[in-house]
Design a protein around this ligand. Structure first.
Ligand code: FMN
Length: 188
């Protein structure tokens, strides 16, 4: 699969790190095209111990967010899906309104016009009406809106357990199925 991963400046860049590690493990042939916004880079530095170089090693290709001439800027370049993890309210707003002045937003716009799978993981709390309207707008266009929300029914013991649960959900939406012991198997 050719998958575009956009990382933006919302809190929770660790989700993207764990996603890259997991997909490398369970689907090593998947080609990840990475774009990270300036505020995504800043947030990664503030919140994690991981370097940009480490993320690049886990990817097939990387792009500058201001490079609107990149191949993924055009619908003629075939991709299977795009994931924005985490997605800031700013980037979500730009996608919802077709304001494609960055490569992340342009690549998402291409997914919408080509009717390709787009998964957006918006992260903000609380949400105002603008955020909610933008989510609804994108959902009505077939976008998978998957906010990084913790689950407790799988009895997570660590933060990494919670993150893995969310990452497996994203892989499910990408139709990359993986054995995972935290799936709900019915209550007693
Ligand atoms: C540490 C940190 C955490 C942030 N968390 C959020 C957040 O959870 N949601 C959000 O919408 N913006 C958040 N922001 C603000 C965005 O980074 C800011 O709106 C930025 O313009 C987003 O640009 P981008 O979408 O191009 O990355 C955060 C900023 C910083 C520095």
């Amino acid at each position: 699969m050719e998958i575009i991963l956009g990382i933006t400046g919302s809190t929770g860049t660790i989700f993207a790190v764990r996603f890259l590690e997991k997909i490398k493990d369970v689907s090593p042939k998947s080609k990840i095209h990475l774009i990270i916004s300036d505020w995504g880079i800043r947030t990664l530095q503030i919140e994690t111990q991981y370097s940009l170089e480490y993320l690049f090693e886990l990817c097939y290709r990387k792009y500058e967010n201001n490079d609107l001439s990149a191949q993924i800027s055009s619908g003629s370049f075939r991709t299977d899906a795009m994931l924005i993890l985490p997605c800031s309210m700013k980037t979500m707003s730009a996608i919802a309104h077709g304001y494609s002045d960055t490569l992340i937003v342009r690549a998402a716009d291409v997914c919408l016009k080509e009717r390709r799978k787009l998964i957006v993981c918006p992260r903000e709390t609380p949400l105002n009406s603008i955020h909610i309207e933008n989510m609804l707008k994108l959902s009505n266009m077939g976008v998978h809106i998957i906010p990084p929300m913790p689950a407790f029914y799988n009895n997570p013991k660590t933060l990494d357990d919670m993150i893995e649960h969310f990452v497996v959900k994203l892989l499910d939406h990408l139709e990359i199925f993986t054995e995972y012991k935290g799936r709900w198997r019915g209550g007693n």
